[in-house]
Design a binder for this molecule. Structure first.
Ligand code: ZN
Length: 129
């Protein structure tokens, strides 16, 4: 299963929880893995709160500032985005209980764009118990 994700800025945090939940079979128990098949975007589980999403952008800029000296920028000018994506990670795994995502109260599945805006893809795999 794939989910299409439209990102709206060079860095963007998109809550994909509802899209992932909609793709889970009704009576499934097991786990769902969401995998980002890109090298300049990541996926994390955390709180989807406006201020925190802005803090993500600030923290990523501090971690790997755009325009700093990078070897990869000689060919592609987006090394900062690759480095940010590596730190974020390319997959998350969520338990599934009776067809529902087993997320904590404040947890959401967040697709984090690091080199947008773009049309992206999120791959879902459900493994049933
Ligand atoms: Zn690149």
């Amino acid at each position: 299963m794939n989910i299409d994700v439209e990102t709206g800025g060079r860095v963007d945090v998109v809550d994909v929880t509802a899209d992932v939940a909609a793709a889970i079979p009704d009576d499934a128990d097991g786990v769902c893995t969401a995998f980002v098949p890109h090298t300049t975007a990541g996926v994390v589980i955390n709180e989807h709160e406006r201020g925190l999403c802005a803090d993500v952008e600030t923290a990523l800029e501090r971690l790997a500032p755009r325009g700093a000296t990078y070897e990869h920028d000689r060919i592609d000018d987006n090394a900062d985005a690759h480095l940010r994506a590596m730190v974020l990670g390319e997959s998350v795994t969520v338990p599934i209980d009776g067809g529902e995502l087993g997320l904590g109260t404040w947890q959401s599945i967040l697709f984090v764009e690091c080199d947008g805006p773009r049309r992206r893809r999120l791959r879902l795999s459900v493994v049933r118990e």
